[in-house]
Design a protein around this ligand. Structure first.
Ligand SMILES: Nc1ncnc2c1ncn2[C@@H]1O[C@H](COP(=O)(O)OP(=O)(O)OP(=O)(O)O)[C@@H](O)[C@H]1O
Ligand SMILES: [Mg+2]
Length: 258
């Protein structure tokens, strides 16, 4: 089977600074893959390259074997590539229900929704409720976003990305800012997303990385240092060295500190 997403020698330079360098990354269909690495390693930049918000200065990107390097971010999104951001991007005064309804409307083309008969609106709200239910947000459907616990807000961001019906989901630190006792629940929801969706997530908390990923790619100074199963990465001395040299703390075979 072809990888859902694959890069070949992907790189970007900002002036003289090589932020991402010669990256060969492969995301299998149905992947639950973690992208880890120290602050400033280039993880967010790599996601920006994949989604098309920045252009590479080297290499190419393929989706299901098709070269998408020249495609706009919009076109990639329409092909089924969705992402969430390191920083919360929700409308605080909207409810989760209306936020998801808007996101579904955007997928369908706003005009197509507003001019449809009432039955279409029912289907729209049904779909929004089903999506909120999948992320265990249904009971909070009508609570203004600003009043939700932060972990719930971050779940809603995933719901909004899911509203696009993506085949590939890129999550940039989905648990950033979430209290530790809520982050497990957040990742359980990610683990339970439909199994045909390929998920790549950035996460600094090694406990979560080892619990929820099936593969791990390690990015250091813009380059992939190594890639493998959690068991392989947990005992890799090069990975330990990178982490022991940073404030993030160490990796010890599956149990580490965030
Ligand atoms: N548009 C840009 N112009 C110049 N430098 C940039 C730009 N975007 C990112 N950088 C630099 O590229 C490097 C990688 O940044 P990036 O945000 O990708 O790191 P990261 O791995 O996501 O870090 P963190 O874990 O802190 O989120 C940093 O040194 C950053 O300052
Ligand atoms: Mg980042």
């Amino acid at each position: 089977m072809k990888p859902a997403l694959q890069t070949h020698g992907l790189g970007v330079r900002f002036g003289a600074f090589q932020a991402v360098n010669d990256v060969h990354l492969s995301l299998e269909p149905g992947a639950r893959q973690a992208l880890i690495g120290p602050n400033g390693a280039g993880k967010t930049t790599l996601i920006n390259l994949l989604t098309g918000v920045i252009k590479p200065t080297a290499g190419r990107i393929e989706m299901d074997g098709q070269d998408i390097t020249a495609f706009t971010a919009d076109r990639r999104a329409r092909m089924g590539l969705a992402r969430t951001f390191q920083i919360n991007t929700l409308f605080p005064s909207l409810t989760p229900l209306l936020s998801v309804v808007l996101a579904i409307s955007e997928r369908e083309g706003l005009g197509a929704v507003w001019w449809r008969p009432l039955t279409r609106h029912t289907a729209l709200f049904d779909e929004a409720h089903a999506l909120l239910g999948r992320l265990k947000l249904d009971a909070l459907a009508d609570v203004p976003v600003a009043e939700l616990a932060y972990g719930k807000q971050r779940l809603l961001e995933i719901a909004l990305a899911m509203a696009a019906k993506p085949r590939i989901l890129l999550l940039d630190e989905p648990a950033a800012g979430v209290p530790e006792d809520e982050s497990g629940e957040l990742f359980e929801a990610i683990a339970e997303l439909p199994q045909d969706i390929s998920v790549l997530f950035i996460e600094h908390d090694m406990k979560l990385v080892f619990r929820f990923s099936r593969r791990i790619s390690v990015l250091v100074a813009g380059q992939i240092l190594t890639e493998g199963t959690p068991a392989e990465i947990g005992v890799d001395p090069r990975v330990r060295e990178v982490y022991l040299g940073h404030a993030h703390a160490g990796i010890h075979a599956g149990v580490a500190h965030g």
